[in-house]
Write a protein that binds this ligand. Sequence first.
Ligand SMILES: Cc1cc2nc3c(=O)[nH]c(=O)nc-3n(C[C@H](O)[C@H](O)[C@H](O)COP(=O)(O)OP(=O)(O)OC[C@H]3O[C@@H](n4cnc5c(N)ncnc54)[C@H](O)[C@@H]3O)c2cc1C
Length: 418
Amino acid sequence: MTGLVDTDGDAPDERAALFPPSRAAALERLSDFAPRAGRHYAAQRNRDPGPGGRDNVSLLSPYIRHRTISEHEVITWVLARHSPEAAEKFVQEVFWRTYWKGWLQMRPSVWRAFLEERDSDRARLAKDDGLREAVAAAEAGRTEVDGFDHWARELVATGYLHNHARMWFASIWIFTLKLPWTLGADFFLRHLLDADPASNTLGWRWVAGIQTPGKTYLATIENIARFTDNRFSPQGLASEATAIRDEAPPPAGALPVPRTLQRGRRVLLLLHGDDFSGQEVLPEGTDVAAIAVARRSHPDMPWHFGAATGHWVDTLAEDAARRAGESLQQPATVLPQLDTETLRLQCAAAGVTTIATPEAPVGPLADALAVISDELAEDGIEVISLRRMWDDLAWPHATHGFFRFKRQIPELLARNGL
Ligand SMILES: Cc1cc2nc3c(=O)[nH]c(=O)nc-3n(C[C@H](O)[C@H](O)[C@H](O)COP(=O)(O)OP(=O)(O)OC[C@H]3O[C@@H](n4cnc5c(N)ncnc54)[C@H](O)[C@@H]3O)c2cc1C
């Protein structure tokens, strides 16, 4: 990472204590939070009382992002305890994630453009001492901007920030510190346990004013003081936020057509960090000969996670292998990385020529699987990516803004049996 300070390891790592990497922990958190997901959440969710005091939000994003628990499951629990009216706000927030995923799925060029711009901003760091020092100070929490320094350190130590803190942090990074937005998004991608190509990139683009033309997000001292219970009141924040450039997002392209798996087909089930519960997507009667769980992506298309978050995801992968092995009564192997040769050997050992895998949305795993599928096809091995019904129903509606998308939520819930 040219010129970047790797802040991993500089701070005590609290990830596993705050977010135990297992489905059992995710379910416990969901059952504890569900009673508060109604009017309490709607009224309180914007407050950030700081680590240790956050019973106003679910803290489920690291598990949902890797689909250790699914959106369907989370909303099922919540709607079992609240009326649709009382849970409306929480349900909408979960659908924000679905909306961003669908939006990017129809515009993969936005992810590629982010990566290119980030790489060219990284290259600038190597040449520009002032910029490099400013980015290093921001990442290490040495800017003396009240609040901002705390959030930088909190992110590195815990792998999590409250939604409002993410907005303030991104706004101060872009408009007060005047740092390149892609390097801020990259800082989040390396440290957040829930770091996601869609939610993160589009969240940063939205703050910067390039996601919704004409709209930026300006952090203010009043808003920060009010919603942090006066823990922070940063002086000297930018007083205006002009979109970093005048750019309209590309129009929606066609969604790739989802694949289906013939009933009774004998397969190697491949799970990965975009869906650690992918066994749920197999059609009934699928003959699973063996299970492989990839801890990381392809070495040429690596995960964005830094060392501490990567280690946390590794543990979640091991948990996924245990669970899938138990539920399907088949051996499950954890693969250190996703590559063609390893999968070829796995298929040979299991005596299969089909790999079934939950679909990886736009991001490093999707890129890796595209290359691997082509290479395995030469050996007569077919990789079939299966889309979850949740995504299949919702994504086609992410053509315009969220406000148009959210009108579909009642219908989407009904079609999901909720
Ligand atoms: C600049 C920026 C970057 C972000 N990067 C990410 C990211 O990489 N990954 C990520 O999952 N979220 C991201 N978010 C969205 C949001 O901040 C987190 O999902 C949320 O803070 C997670 O905490 P929680 O689980 O307690 O959320 P809750 O408030 O309890 O919400 C429940 C669930 O809904 C989803 N959700 C809630 N708010 C949003 C939102 N605004 N956008 C998308 N999904 C949402 C999450 O899956 C979350 O777990 C980002 C937001 C901003 C402003």
